[in-house]
Design a protein around this ligand. Sequence first.
Ligand code: ZN
Length: 370
Amino acid sequence: MKLTAGGILLVMMATLSSGCATPTYQSPKPAPALTLSEAERQQGKALHYRLAQQQRLNRVSWPLLKASTDLCPDKIRPALGFQYANSHSFAPSDAQQTDTKQPASERDAAIREFKLGEVLQVMAVVPGSGADLAGIKTGDKLIKLGEQSLPTGRTALLEAPEILRQQLADLKPDQTIEVTLYRNGQTLTRPLKPQTLCDYPVKRLPSEQINAYADHYSVAITDGMLAFATNEDDLALVIAHELAHNLLDHIPATARNTLLGGALDLLLISQGILSPGAFSLGGSVHFSKAFESEADYLALYLLARAGYDLEGRAEFWRRLSNSRPSHILSETGSTHPGNAERYVRMQAAIAEIRLKQQRKEALVPNTIKP
Ligand SMILES: [Zn+2]
């Protein structure tokens, strides 16, 4: 659209006049203390939301990571199945902040909501994991693993992973390790048996976009996708697709970047399943359409192995096309197949898997014949 000189003047006048507008109606003025207490309430709810979403990711991804260990022989880890934190895991208040009208810091909110202190505390337990089977509960304080005391205080969250790794590294298959806990004023010990998982952590990415990412080291699922994939089987499909990219080594060495490096890098470097070409670096890190189809294909096998329901999974692509009709067919230059092709391919792959299940054959994807 081109504006004439007169048009530009009108736009400027409209802008100026709107700057002078004042409200006509008087809405009720709440007492500052009320707003403050509501802010703290929302802060608490936001913390619970974040924890619940990460719990959901852990719960849904666990069976997939467990069922695919034959495909990640060099990248496995023993996992216990609990998340932990202490008060230092959350951001402190800004030292410069002297305004008492501001709500408490995230750390204060976490202390209030989860009763956190200096000692590491169990925040969530994955159903079916060793921690779950051993009866570990949310809120348990972690004192020792084996003979090793677990760290406390400011650096606990940094030190704990290495201690856990060392303690679990020497365990033989099927061996248990004793965990010492503090619960309701009592010290308890429980035998813990780790399970072996592919070592690709699945994390939540605070973004409203409906998308998911793989970066060779981990998988990230956006808040937008978590809201879109309300069905756990659909969420498992999305995670399995990204996991497949990692398992199949699809991410070029030049594009590898850890998700811990920051969301911006992640968005720039990784390719999502739904944003063809949206985040690429000079076209150098595109997954090919063939890789996308291969990841869709392997994902279904991973779902079947992990016991997820294949029925209706291809509907995911139809649902996506409702709001994104431009993705029904693959656009020129797109890195991803269109949703129509993905639906049809997925239906065929589901039929193939069902046949193998009926024949009691191993759930191994077909390889390309030379
Ligand atoms: Zn993909």
